[in-house]
Write a protein that binds this ligand. Structure first.
Ligand SMILES: [Zn+2]
Length: 212
């Protein structure tokens, strides 16, 4: 009997979680972990893939999808996660401007993924508090500014005005003056602070045109 939709979804979640926490693994590792963590699903899979081995079933129906998404590749006898600046290093979803970096400069779409990932480690650099606080605001503000930009013809611009003032008040604080220029020997945290400030400046500039 083939796997039900709910079981396929569960298997998909298991596999993504597995690779988020095991960046290189053999089929044996995958199947062993599945059997240990989801014994019922393992049994279902054994029954549903009666003509194929579990390995062949996964290789045929699940893993090619991840390879096509671009974050998994075959490396000898193993499957290996291919990290990319364009994807979260935990959930493997595409990311654009909103991301945080870890000590190895891998990117995560937010704290939720970073905190769940066993590979995540804070960069050993100064200004970490400033960086993390700015990121929290940046990741809240950016979706809002971009949402407003999509409603250019909106008549009531009070909300935009409020948001712009709030952002301006924060990013124009003297505290950020030292991060305003790209320095030659900028640390990665400093360059990330610089990047986020630049993005917010551009957003403010754009929104200001609507409310002037
Ligand atoms: Zn993520």
């Amino acid at each position: 009997m083939p796997l039900k939709i709910a079981e396929r979804k569960k298997l998909n979640i298991f596999l993504r979680d597995f690779f988020a926490n095991n960046r290189i693994a053999s089929f044996f590792d995958i199947v062993e972990c599945l059997q240990k963590e989801y014994p019922r699903l393992f049994t279902k899979l054994t029954e549903s893939s009666y003509k194929l081995t579990i390995e062949a079933y996964l290789a045929q129906y699940f893993l090619p999808k991840y390879m096509k998404e671009g974050w998994l590749q075959i490396d000898g006898d193993n499957y290996k996660v291919q990290l990319s600046p364009n994807r979260c290093s935990y959930c493997f979803k595409s990311i654009d401007d909103i991301y945080i970096i870890d000590i190895d400069l891998n990117r995560y779409c937010g704290w939720r993924c970073a905190e769940k990932c066993r590979y995540y480690c804070d960069p050993y650099e100064s200004h970490l508090d400033t960086y993390q606080e700015l990121f929290d605001r940046f990741s809240t503000w950016l979706p809002q500014t971009r949402k407003y930009s999509n409603f250019i013809k909106m008549k009531n611009t009070d909300n935009i005005s409020c948001l712009v003032k709030e952002i301006e008040r924060y990013v124009n604080d003297v505290h950020f003056d030292e991060f305003r220029w790209p320095l030659e020997e900028q640390s990665c945290i400093e360059s990330e602070i610089y990047r986020m400030l630049q993005v917010l400046d551009r957003e403010v500039e754009r929104l200001n045109k609507f409310i002037e």
